[in-house]
Design a protein around this ligand. Structure first.
Ligand code: DGJ
Length: 739
C-alpha cells in the first residue's frame, strides 16, 4: 500500500495516514509550499492556493523564472532574506559570509522504507507496515549547498516524521547558523497552545493558552531538554477536549538545547518551527560534509487529546523504544535511594532485599553511593570502582546475594559527570567542560565530562562495559544531575566553539549506541534529577524514565497527568515512598500512594525495615494487584478522564485497546483521586470512554453492572469518600452483551 501520492502534473505531493493527510506543493524553482496537514484531504488543483495581495511595502522574491510575495506564501521550510519576515527555519552563510538566499532548484524523490539518521536517534521503521519516504531536495548552484527535507508517514498512528540534511557540494565551507528540524506555515484556525512547563520536582505541568499576534517561544539552553520546558507541545482547536476535536502534536527526538517558535503574523498565518536552539548552535559545513538535524514526530488526531496521546503512546512503544523492550513487561522495582541515601552497607541492603522479595518486588536497584569515597554528593563521580568498606564482596557479591532472593539486580550510574574531588579529575583536568583560564562553575558539586572529545567517550564506553560485565546487572539507572555551562573545548578551533552543545549530545548518543548495542537486554532507566531530560531522544535508548525526584503522590498526580499527554505510562518511573514525604512533607495513605504509583511504571523507594507488618501486607497486596493487571497497566490504552489541573479531583482509566491483538483482557481499570475534601460536595461522577456500547460491565467490588453506553454517556456515580488525598481503583469486567 502506498502512503505517498505524487501528482506530477500539478506538482502536489500528499502523504496519507489512516485518518490524516499532509499535502504540499512543489515549485520547481523555489521552496516547497505547505498546503494542508490534518483531516484526510484531497485537493482540487483548480484553485489558487495562496492569496496574491500586494499589501503595500511587500518585497517581491525572485525565482529563476518567476517572482512572488514571500510573505503571502505558506512554506515547508521558511527562510530569511527573501522578503519573508517571519522567524526563519534556517540561516546559512556561504564562504564569503554572504547569506544564501536561493533560488533553489527543487526536486522530489519517493522511495520505500526509512533510513536511520547518522549519529542521532530516530523513529525505527519496525516491520509491521510498509513505509515510504519523501525527500525534497533543494539545490543552490551558487554555493553548492543541498538542503534535503525528509518526510515519512506512519499511517497507523497518523504520524509524520521530518528532519533535514544539509550537504556542502561546493568548494568552500558553509556556515549553518540556524537549522530547525521542522518548519511549517499553518493557517491559524484560532489554535491554542498546550505545552508542558515546570521546574525540578515540579516537571511537566500542563498549560493551555490561545496564541496571539507575535512570536511565542520556549525551549532550553541548559544543555539538556530541561525540567522547565519539554520539547513536546500540541496545537488544538478552542473546542478540543480530551475526547473530541482536533489536536496536532509535535515532539523533538533530541535531548539537548531546543527552541520552539510559533509566530502568528498579520495574515493569520502560524509559522511553527521546532529544532536546535540557534542561540547555542552554529556548524561549519566543510566541502563534502553533511549535517543532519534531529527528527521531529508530528501526530494528528481528530479524537481530542486522548486520541493524540494514544497515537503518541503507541508510536513511542513501536518505533522509539529499543526493540527488546517494545513489548516487554517491566519488573516491579525497589530503589534504596530514599530508604538509605548514601548511608548503607551490604548487610543492610541484603536485609532490604529480603523484605523486598517477600512483598513482591522483582528488581532491586542500588542507587548512588556504592563507588569511590561517595558518602555525600561532594566527591567521587568518575571513580567507578566499588567502595569495599560498604560492599566488601563487591558488586558481584551483592548482586549474587540479591539474585539468591529471586530478584534481579540493578545499579545507579551517572556516567556523564565528574567530581572535582576525584581521581579522574586529578588525572584528566582537561576532560571536563570549562573555559580555559576561567573559574569553573559547579552544580551539585560536580562538572560535566566533555563528550565532544572522542577519548572521553571511549573512556565511558570502556568503563560502562567493565561495570556491566563485572556482575549480573540487568538494569541501569542512568542519572545526570547538572546543566551545562561554560561550554568550550580547546580540542576545537575557534570557528567550531559554537558546535559544542550539539557535539556533547552527539557524543552522548555515541556512548549510548555503543553500550546499548553491546547490552541490548539491560533495561536502562533515564534520570536527570528526576525528569530533566524526559524526551524521545533518551527514550530511544532507555524505555523508562524517572519521572520526577518528587515522590509525593499528590504532586505526582499532576506530573504524571501532564507527562501522559505525550509519553506512555510504561515510560514513567513512579514509586511509593515514605511519609511524611521527603520533598514536600505531606502525609498520604499507603493506598493513595500505591494508586498513584501503579498508574506509572511501578516501584517502591522507602525503608521497608521501618514498616509495620500491616503495611508490609498492604504492599504485598498492592504488588500482587499490579502484577495481575500489569499487561493492561503497561500496554493497555490510557485515558485521561478528569484533570487535576482543573479541579481537586483526577481520574483516568486503562482499557484494552481494540486495535491490539491481545483479546485476553475483557476488562478495564478506573482510578479516581480526590485531593482536598470540602463540606457537602457534589457526588463524584465521571463519564468513561472507549468501551463497547452494548457490553455489560460488572464492577468487581460492588457487584453492580452497567452497559458500556451507560458508562460512556450517562456516566457513573462514584462513592463519596471522606478526607483529603483519597482514592479508589475500580475493576470492571465484561459479562456479556445487553439485550
Ligand atoms: C538524582 C535522582 O533523581 C535521584 O533519584 C537519585 O538517584 C539521586 N540523584 C542520587 O544522587
Amino acid at each position: 500500500m502506498s502512503t505517498i501520492d505524487f501528482d506530477s502534473d500539478n506538482q502536489i505531493v500528499s502523504l496519507y495516514g489512516k485518518k490524516s493527510s499532509y499535502n504540499l506543493k512543489l515549485n520547481s524553482n523555489s521552496m516547497p509550499l505547505h498546503l494542508h496537514w490534518g483531516a484526510k484531504t484531497c485537493l482540487s488543483v483548480k484553485q489558487s492556493f495562496f492569496p496574491a495581495n500586494d499589501r503595500g511595502f511587500m518585497i517581491l522574491a525572485k525565482d529563476r523564472d518567476s517572482s512572488y510575495f514571500a510573505e503571502e506564501m505558506q512554506f515547508e521550510y521558511g527562510f530569511a532574506e527573501n522578503g519573508d519576515f517571519r522567524v526563519p527555519a534556517f540561516r546559512i552563510r556561504d564562504g564569503q559570509n554572504y547569506p544564501i538566499t536561493g533560488p533553489f532548484e527543487l526536486t522530489a524523490h519517493i522511495y520505500r522504507g526509512k533510513n536511520p539518521i547518522p549519529g542521532l536517534p530516530s523513529a525505527r521503521p519496525g516491520d509491521t507496515q510498509v513505509l515510504e519516504t519523501l525527500e525534497l531536495r533543494m539545490h543552490d548552484s551558487n554555493s553548492g549547498l543541498w538542503i534535503t527535507l525528509f518526510y515519512t508517514m506512519f499511517p497507523e498512528y497518523d504520524a509524520v516524521t521530518r528532519h533535514v540534511r544539509f550537504h556542502n557540494e561546493g568548494s568552500r565551507p558553509i556556515k549553518i547558523e540556524k537549522a530547525a528540524s521542522i518548519s511549517l506555515d499553518m493557517y491559524n484556525w484560532e489554535y491554542e497552545l498546550l505545552y508542558l512547563h515546570g521546574a525540578w520536582a515540579r516537571e511537566r505541568q500542563l498549560q493551555r493558552r490561545p496564541l496571539q499576534s507575535g512570536t511565542t517561544a520556549f525551549g532550553s539552553i541548559r544543555g539538556i531538554s530541561s525540567h522547565q520546558f519539554n520539547p513536546s507541545f500540541a496545537l488544538v482547536s478552542p473546542e478540543t477536549t480530551e475526547f473530541s476535536g482536533e489536536a496536532y502534536g509535535f515532539s523533538l527526538v533530541y535531548s539537548g538545547n531546543f527552541l520552539t517558535e510559533l509566530e502568528l503574523n498579520h495574515d493569520n498565518n502560524l509559522r511553527v518551527n521546532l529544532g536546535l536552539h540557534p542561540d547555542t548552535f552554529e556548524w561549519q559545513l566543510q566541502p563534502g560534509d553533511s549535517f543532519y538535524t534531529p527528527e521531529v514526530l508530528m501526530i494528528y488526531s481528530d479524537e481530542g487529546l486522548n486520541g493524540m496521546s494514544h497515537n503518541f503512546h503507541g508510536f513511542i512503544r513501536d518505533h522509539i523504544f529499543p526493540p527488546a523492550f517494545q513489548n516487554a513487561e517491566r519488573p516491579i522495582l525497589f530503589n534504596n535511594w530514599e530508604a538509605t541515601y548514601f548511608d548503607f552497607e551490604e548487610r543492610g541492603l541484603v536485609e532490604l532485599s529480603n523484605i523486598a522479595a517477600d512483598v513482591g518486588v522483582e528488581l532491586f536497584v542500588l542507587d548512588d553511593g556504592w563507588f569511590g569515597e561517595r558518602n555525600s554528593d561532594r566527591t567521587s563521580l568518575g571513580d567507578w570502582s566499588v567502595n569495599t568498606a560498604k560492599l566488601p564482596n563487591g558488586l558481584k557479591g551483592l548482586a549474587e546475594e540479591i539474585e539468591k532472593r529471586k530478584l534481579q539486580f540493578g545499579l545507579w550510574l551517572e556516567p556523564e559527570m565528574i567530581s572535582l574531588n576525584s581521581k579522574l579529575a586529578r588525572a584528566h583536568p582537561d576532560w571536563y567542560i570549562s573555559i580555559p583560564n576561567r573559574p569553573v562553575a559547579e552544580g551539585r558539586n560536580q562538572l560535566v565530562l566533555d563528550l565532544s572529545r572522542s577519548d572521553v567517550c571511549e573512556f565511558l564506553v570502556a568503563t560502562l562495559d567493565q561495570i556491566l560485565s563485572s556482575a549480573p546487572i540487568s538494569y541501569v539507572k542512568w542519572d545526570m544531575n547538572r546543566y551545562l555551562t561554560n561550554v568550550a573545548s580547546p580540542q576545537f578551533p575557534a570557528s567550531q566553539q559554537r558546535e559544542l552543545y550539539h557535539r556533547y549530545v552527539l557524543g552522548l548518543y555515541h556512548v549510548l549506541d555503543e553500550i546499548t548495542a553491546k547490552y541490548p537486554k539491560v533495561l536502562f532507566e533515564g534520570c536527570s534529577g528526576g525528569g530533566g531530560r524526559f524526551d524521545l531522544g533518551i527514550l530511544y535508548y532507555m524505555p523508562q524514565y524517572w519521572t520526577s525526584d518528587n515522590t509525593d503522590a499528590v504532586s505526582r498526580i499532576k506530573i504524571q497527568y501532564g507527562t501522559s499527554l505525550f509519553y506512555p505510562p510504561v515510560s514513567m518511573g513512579a514509586h511509593v515512598s515514605a511519609v511524611p514525604n521527603h520533598q514536600v512533607g505531606r502525609t498520604t495513605s499507603l493506598e493513595f500512594r500505591g494508586h498513584t504509583a501503579m498508574s506509572g511504571n511501578f516501584g517502591y523507594e522507602l525503608d521497608l525495615r521501618a514498616l509495620s507488618d500491616a503495611e508490609l501486607r498492604q504492599i504485598t497486596q498492592q504488588s500482587a494487584f499490579y502484577s495481575q493487571h500489569r499487561r493492561l497497566l503497561q500496554f493497555g490504552r490510557f485515558l485521561r478522564i478528569k484533570s487535576p489541573f482543573e479541579s481537586s479531583e483526577a481520574a483516568w482509566m486503562f482499557v484494552h485497546s481494540p486495535e491490539s491483538a491481545e483479546d485476553s483482557y475483557d476488562y478495564f481499570l478506573l482510578f479516581w483521586f480526590r485531593l482536598h475534601a470540602e463540606a457537602n460536595p457534589p457526588s463524584p461522577r465521571v463519564k468513561l470512554a472507549y468501551l463497547e456500547e452494548h457490553a455489560v460491565y460488572e464492577q468487581e467490588s460492588s457487584g453492580l453492572s452497567y452497559t458500556g453506553s451507560e458508562l460512556m454517556h450517562r456516566g457513573i456515580i462514584l462513592p463519596q469518600l471522606e478526607g483529603d488525598y483519597v482514592s479508589q481503583v475500580f475493576t470492571f469486567t465484561k459479562k456479556g452483551r445487553f439485550g
